[in-house]
Design a protein around this ligand. Structure first.
Ligand SMILES: Cc1cc2nc3c(=O)[nH]c(=O)nc-3n(C[C@H](O)[C@H](O)[C@H](O)COP(=O)(O)OP(=O)(O)OC[C@H]3O[C@@H](n4cnc5c(N)ncnc54)[C@H](O)[C@@H]3O)c2cc1C
Length: 508
């Protein structure tokens, strides 16, 4: 284990590090820095809640968040034993596809032990458990309700600190700002990172960006399953295809609740309100998710998100950038949420940061090396996400259009995806790539090639193996009014959604 919390003595590191943002990327980066620096200050604009509560800086936490097997391994490397804590706090480990009804392009996947699982549950719980581990470290300090507004440039192309102010103090240049000096700065401020602008202010060129945007809308709601609901699965996933660009997922939450998400590529508006949400679920490639949800009880509003594009800020392409500075997490690259990759890439990048600092220290030149290493780390996830999204005619991209070789590869991968529903080797390869466990070379395994040559069958409307029974009773409507908060779309809870009926999944 490279990250050994017992191996470090007091003040044996390289000085002070600042991390901008205490989202998942900021927390994991801070953990990596702790072993190499004397002190780490995490600056966060929000007031941090004591427990797992929603906050504006991570507004997407109201939506489904899964952490892949690969991401969980990286997180364990950073915080040994954290998986047990996360499960004790209410998150679930779901074996894929053993515990999941997964409807791919060729139909339902066989439910076998692939050796892969995902961590599912509340994103707020995930961040809280990880944050508490850092709170317990005396080298780490959280500076809440403070906002970084600029980088401090030093001699010889270095960053020597950050300029910050109290959050909400937007009294302009005359407002009270102070300089916090640091020997190393990580920007993990998320999707809306201001680093491109801060670099411009210091006389550097901002990075170019690669963008692949499937133009998706995204919506999520939480439900209580019907009373007496019995099933032999924990999650449900219906994937989109170019013919029907709608994606649906059900994942377990603590207390037996369900979180249900719907995404539609090329759709300007996400469903708002439960009736609309149910109608949208009815347009998925298979009716199962709608049938399951219409017998469940909504526990809150339908939340929407329009942050769905893949966007990669190409710092590795920029010739001159300051040293002792790195950009990580969504501030570096964001992915279409249906791929569930952002958290995994953040954890992988933090492990990489640890390895780089271990090899090179935070000395001159490390930022250049790190920038290129981070780009190589992001590239695998980027390829997997964008190759899928570019298959949708609605996708808009500022990357080069696929050439003949890429189009041929796409046709081959389509055959593998179809075969995944009838062949375990094809299913395993597809899942390993989706979980960032393996690169595309796994598609060339002889058994996968053979499966692709044999091909799959067209997706059918057959029911998967499930013990979800007939005649389930509905849960009584909740007595309390459902919350309606934040900027997300809120709809009143309904005791019964229009057109709802008991589910008869096993009898289909
Ligand atoms: C709808 C949706 C669903 C998703 N589902 C999944 C999923 O299933 N699996 C998955 O892996 N990923 C998923 N993602 C992606 C995932 O949410 C992100 O990859 C992840 O949150 C990135 O973490 P981060 O720390 O980089 O950014 P964030 O989590 O956005 O955190 C950024 C932090 O920086 C703070 N901050 C911002 N600016 C400043 C400043 N100037 N000064 C101080 N603090 C600042 C913010 O308050 C915030 O706390 C989803 C995303 C969306 C939108």
């Amino acid at each position: 284990m490279s990250l050994d919390p017992t191996s470090r003595g007091p003040d044996t590191g390289d000085g002070h590090a600042v991390v901008i943002g205490s989202g998942f990327a900021g927390l994991t980066a801070a953990r990596a820095l702790v072993d190499h620096m004397d002190r780490v200050t995490v600056i966060e604009r929000d007031r941090l809640p004591r427990g797992p509560r929603w906050r504006p800086g991570v507004s997407q936490s109201r939506h489904t968040h899964t952490l892949t097997d690969t991401g969980l391994r990286a997180l364990e490397q950073l915080f040994p034993g954290v998986t047990g804590e996360l499960v004790a706090a209410g998150m679930s480990l779901v074996r894929v596809p053993r515990d999941v009804l997964l409807y791919g392009p060729g139909g339902w996947l066989p439910r076998f032990d692939s050796g892969l699982s995902v961590l599912t549950g509340s994103r707020d719980v995930l961040d809280t458990v990880v944050r508490n581990r850092l709170h317990a470290d005396r080298k780490v300090r959280f500076l809440q309700q403070h906002e970084v507004v600029g980088l401090e440039g030093g001699r010889n192309d270095t960053v020597t600190g950050v300029v910050l102010r109290r959050a909400g103090d937007d009294t302009g240049p005359t407002g009270v700002r102070r300089l916090l000096r640091a020997e190393f700065v990580v920007d993990a401020s998320g999707y809306a990172s201001a680093t491109p602008q801060w670099l411009r202010e210091l006389g550097y060129e901002p990075p170019r960006e690669s963008v692949v945007d499937a133009g998706a809308s995204y919506a999520t709601a939480v439900y209580a399953p019907p009373v007496g609901h019995v099933d032999d699965w924990k999650g449900l996933l219906l994937t989109a295809t170019p013919d029907n660009p709608r994606h649906g997922a059900l994942t377990p939450l603590a207390g037996g609740k369900w979180m249900v998400s719907y995404a539609e590529n090329g759709a300007a508006h996400a469903p708002s309100g439960h009736a609309d949400f149910l109608l949208a679920l009815g347009r998925l490639r298979h009716p199962l998710l709608r049938e399951v949800v219409e017998s469940a009880t909504p526990l809150g509003p339908v939340y929407r998100s329009n942050r769905t594009e893949n966007r990669w800020r190409r710092y590795e392409w920029t010739r001159r950038l300051p040293d002792q500075f790195a950009v990580m997490g969504d501030a570096l690259a964001v992915f279409h949420p249906v791929h569930g990759q952002g958290l995994t890439v953040a954890a992988q990048c933090a492990v990489l940061l640890d390895a780089m600092l271990r090899s090179h220290g935070s000395t001159v030149g490390v930022a250049y090396r790190l920038r290129h290493a981070l780009a190589r780390q992001v590239a695998g996830a980027w390829r997997a996400a964008t190759a899928t999204d570019l298959a949708f005619p609605c996708a808009v991209a500022d990357v080069d259009p696929p050439g003949p070789a890429a189009r041929l590869a796409r046709r081959y991968l389509d055959r593998v995806a179809l075969a995944a529903s009838v062949d375990r080797a094809a299913a395993t390869a597809t899942l390993e790539v989706a979980h960032l466990r393996a690169g595309p070379a796994v598609f060339l395994r002889p058994r996968v090639v053979a499966a692709a040559v044999r091909g799959g069958r067209p997706a059918a409307f057959d029911a998967p193996s499930t013990t979800h029974g007939r005649g389930v009773r509905r849960r009584r409507p909740p007595l309390t009014t459902a919350p309606s908060v934040g900027a997300s779309t809120a709809a009143p809870p309904r005791s019964r959604v229009p057109g709802s009926s008991p589910t008869h999944l096993s009898g289909r």
